[in-house]
Design a protein around this ligand. Structure first.
Ligand code: CP
Length: 317
């Protein structure tokens, strides 16, 4: 297996099967710190720099929480408008990263431009972690999701995963890339204008990912072990920021997972993951069903990022 030390975490395209399990094993080992609200001193000499060019609640704070739990230091920005990249100067990624690499030992970046973290990694001498790039990928979220599934089901092989939402979404790209490493099948449900792009389909076909497309959740939910959700009432992820508008619209029933649908059609032990934030595709009354795992998923996001930080900074090998 390749070493994680000094490695960029940019995409799940090139993550190998054994590497997923190595990350999960380290997450299992570090999770008690988060569960018991204790801080270790594993990374006490290291600093995380968060460079977020797009809003985030979970990804930035879970990554920062993970660094604190490992005893490390954190600095960064959550709004690029307060930096020279977001004002008159529109400072380039190259120039920005050539500064940031002196301020920390690992950079966690979210950006509205697809490929921005990859460009940052090309210029940085420290590891770069992609925390979501435009419509591109969201590897730390999907590692969290697979870890949550693995902990719950005890396996990834043999599972059928219903993916519903906007298939242009970065999480959907990462999870479908990841499935190439496991004996998993995806049922894909989305509005036509948000369906898998032909070039992406060609790529996952090339990687032998098994998937079938359906028009509605109702048509395939009965066979799903995991229901993996994203909104279809969605922001444009190529923008630095999108404000709420009164005409955002509502989610058609075909892309919703309701309590009644779960009761009538879902497997008794099907679990629901949602990277959040949600709109009306997942009504709040589902939270109290036995299917909901998105709060566990949010907690696991801290443990999983502890594992990634420990691995790339050489504290876990
Ligand atoms: N899941 C996720 O990426 O959430 P945030 O946008 O709040 O980071």
């Amino acid at each position: 297996m390749r070493s994680f030390i000094g490695r960029d975490i940019l995409s799940l395209k090139d993550m190998e099967r054994d590497e997923y399990f190595r990350i999960f094993e380290v997450a299992d080992r570090l999770k008690p710190y988060a569960a018991e609200r204790r801080n270790a001193d594993l990374l006490k000499h290291k600093t995380l720099l968060t460079a977020f060019y797009q809003p985030s609640t979970r990804t930035r704070l879970a990554t920062e929480a993970a660094m604190h739990r490992l005893g490390g230091h954190v600095l960064g920005f959550a709004d690029a408008r307060m930096t020279r990249a977001g004002d008159f100067y529109q400072e380039t990624i190259k120039d920005t990263v050539r500064m940031l690499e002196y301020y920390g030992d690992v950079i966690a970046m979210r950006h509205y431009q697809q490929g921005a973290p990859h460009e940052a990694a090309a210029w940085a001498s420290v590891p770069v972690i992609n925390c979501g790039d435009g419509w591109g990928e969201h590897p730390t979220q999907v590692l969290t999701d697979l870890y949550t599934i693995w902990r719950d089901k005890g396996r990834l092989d043999g599972l059928k995963v219903l993916c519903v939402g906007d298939m242009r979404m970065r999480t959907m790209h990462s999870i479908l890339y990841a499935m190439s490493q496991f004996d998993m099948e995806a049922f894909v449900v989305s509005p036509r204008e948000m369906s898998l792009r032909p070039e992406f389909k060609a790529e996952i076909d090339e990687r032998n990912v098994a998937y079938r497309e359906f028009e509605t959740v109702e048509k395939c939910i009965a066979d799903a072990d995991v229901i993996y959700m994203e909104p279809v009432v969605q922001a444009d992820y190529t923008q630095a920021r999108v404000e709420a508008s009164p005409d955002r619209g509502r989610t058609p029933a075909a892309y919703q997972v309701t309590r009644q649908l779960l009761r009538d059609k879902a497997k008794s032990d099907a679990i629901i993951l949602h990277s959040l934030p949600r709109m009306d595709e997942l009504p709040p009354d589902v939270d109290s069903t036995r299917h909901a795992r998105y709060w566990q998923e949010a907690f696991n996001g801290v443990a999983l990022r502890m594992a990634l930080l420990a691995l790339v900074l050489g504290a876990a090998e």
